[in-house]
Ligand binder design. Structure first.
Ligand code: ADP
Ligand code: MG
Length: 567
């Protein structure tokens, strides 16, 4: 606020930041330019940490990860039209992942946009954002900024969390109003994500189903991780003795070496469970839509979810429990009678036998064949180093790098793994890594496929500029999926090929970070240990056998191929 002949005044920029501050926002991720540059300056001046990116998409992914990690909406700041569109990928991805974030974008003059007169960066952003967001709002008067921010926060975190778009036209940001009226217009959101207590009869119905199960299974999804009901979930799992399967971002909710983890017997438990309790996990493609042959045709399902519309989306749900997971798990524990649920020995015997088999198989893969470093042997080295650094945040993306990484890298703490998520998207890596470092202050290791890294690689400069403790390990096999395809028709490389000779380690040296080039698991071990000791920005170019991996990783069945292409 500034003194003015007519009394103190304030403006849209200041009100926006004050509205965010009033609701506990601590960090903001973005790219500045017309018309939002002063928004970032005022954020810094008023004690919000502003992290400036090189591309809005990475900034948006960072905001989404911040939302998942903190349970409060992450904030992404974008400039008009092209910047807004870059951020939209992240907004849509956040909505798909059920991560709370708010994309705040400046926009050009309404009267010019609406008559399509060709303004600088003209785009009807509000309507463009709507199909990709959980909710979208535009503020047309400075005195409505407080309310707009409040609505955006509540929309992002209540019920099923998601991405919210908040449009702030340049004229609104620059507009002035009396400071007193401005202060009075701010809203402190009370209880932004109210508890949703499940109906007692839905809880009883679910427990009854579990009580009659012979081969029960609990599936924990990233909604369960997001819910921060860690103790309640652990106590329910341990009291009932039911085997559980963590989806990738629920890994660590219970430590991966927990005796009730059925992760190493995944296909057995999916195929044979007769009662399945889904906790914050959707029966989408990642769980084969709950359909045979992956699942038993006669299995019965319990689903605990905040969103009633999710129920029956893929397969009929026998016992829906609609509520927030913290309230639901508390209700289960309260309603559970001693020995109401017991797990037959045969089920555990089958799970233990399959686990032993698969662990032995994995052991062989990790040992390698002494030839060039592949996905398994490289991940084995990372696993051994991280075993001594269990509080490290892990980011993982790529095709084979992700598929192998999910199985090989164990997690011991909740919400410490961030990966490609529901869409299986590539390009989240650097944004997620930056947010994890900023929000937690802890070291981060990003295990990246060489192609996946390329989508947000320039953010290495951001990591160096803010001196974040991020170690990026690039699994350089020289390609998308694999690096050994040959184009028989011209001198051009095949569509899947990237430069295997790339020295990604030299990229970070350009920005003052430390780079390592490694060809063996031993060298990778040493480089990663040194990087974690240094606590500084590091990039390790891990050279992987270009013939390692498979096309589309574990998704080969989804990779439609032409029957006409030359053999
Ligand atoms: P995964 O990919 O790990 O299986 P999904 O993203 O498919 O997880 O599923 C997460 C589910 O969790 C969504 O259906 C979402 O509605 C739900 N969810 C998210 N947060 C909560 C919460 N606090 N309480 C209840 N359900 C939640
Ligand atoms: Mg690759």
């Amino acid at each position: 606020t500034v003194a003015h002949p007519n009394g103190e005044i304030t403006d849209g920029f200041t009100l926006t930041i004050e509205a965010l501050r009033a609701n506990g926002v601590e960090n903001m991720y973005g790219v500045v330019g017309i018309p939002v540059t002063d928004l970032a300056r005022i954020a810094q001046a008023k004690g919000i940490r502003y992290i400036g990116f090189r591309n809005e998409q990475a900034a948006g992914h960072a905001a989404a990860a911040a939302g998942f990690l903190t349970g409060r909406p992450g904030i992404c700041l974008t400039v008009s039209a092209p910047g807004f569109l870059n951020g939209l990928v992240a907004l849509a991805n956040a909505t798909t992942n059920c991560f709370p974030m708010i994309q705040i974008s400046g926009s050009s003059e309404r009267h010019i946009v609406d008559l399509q007169q060709g303004d600088y960066e003209e785009l009807d952003q509000f309507n463009a954002a709507r199909p990709f967001a959980k909710a979208a709002f535009r503020v047309d008067r400075p005195q409505d900024i407080g309310l707009g921010v409040a609505r955006a926060i509540r929309a992002a975190v209540s019920g099923r969390p998601g991405g919210v778009y908040l449009d702030l036209p340049a004229a609104v940001l620059g507009a002035t109003i009396a400071a007193e009226a401005g202060r009075a217009s701010l809203v402190r959101v009370v209880d932004p994500a109210p508890a949703q207590i499940p109906a007692p009869e839905s809880v009883a119905r679910a427990l009854d189903l579990l009580a009659h199960a012979e081969r029960p299974l609990i599936v924990l999804g990233k909604g369960a991780a997001y819910a921060r009901a860690d103790e309640a979930i652990r106590s329910f799992v341990e009291t009932t003795g039911i085997p559980y399967l963590p989806m990738s971002m629920a890994k660590g909710l219970l430590p991966d070496d927990h005796p009730q983890s059925a992760a190493a017997a995944r296909s057995l438990v999916l195929g044979h469970a007769d009662v399945v309790m889904l906790v914050g996990a959707r029966l989408n493609w990642l769980l084969a839509h709950g359909q045979p042959p992956r699942w038993s045709a006669t299995a019965r399902f319990i689903q605990v979810d905040a969103d009633p519309v999710e129920i029956d989306s893929n397969r009929p749900i026998d016992a829906p429990v609609v509520g927030d997971i913290a309230s639901a798990m508390a209700a289960f524990t309260d309603a559970l009678r001693p020995d109401q649920v017991t797990v037959p020995d045969d089920w555990w015997k089958a799970i233990r036998a399959r686990t032993a088999q698969n662990v032995a198989k994995m052991h062989g893969r990790l040992a390698g064949d002494g030839a060039r470093m592949n996905f398994s042997t490289a991940l084995g080295a990372i696993r051994d180093v991280l075993d001594g650094h269990r509080d490290v945040y892990l980011v993982n993306e790529g095709a084979n790098t992700l598929d192998f990484g999910r199985d090989i890298l164990p997690m011991y703490l909740p919400r410490h793994r961030l990966d490609s998520g529901t869409w299986g998207v590539m390009g989240v890596g650097m944004g997620y890594a930056i947010a994890a470092a900023v929000e937690s202050g802890k070291p981060v290791v990003a295990v990246e496929g060489d192609s996946a890294f390329g989508f947000s690689g320039m953010e290495i400069e951001t990591i160096c500029r803010y001196r974040l403790p991020v170690v990026t390990v690039i699994f350089n096999n020289g390609g998308i999926y694999k690096g050994d395809e040959v184009n028989a028709n011209s001198a051009d490389p095949a569509p899947t090929v990237l430069l295997h000779s790339s020295r990604y380690d030299k990229l970070i040296a350009a920005f003052g970070g430390t780079g390592y080039q490694v060809d063996t698991p031993d060298e990778l071990d040493h480089a990663l240990r040194a990087a974690l000791r240094s606590d500084g920005p590091t990039l390790i170019n891990a050279v992987i056998d270009p013939t390692a991996g498979t096309e589309s990783g574990h998704l080969s069945s989804m990779n439609v191929t032409s029957s006409l292409q030359p053999a």
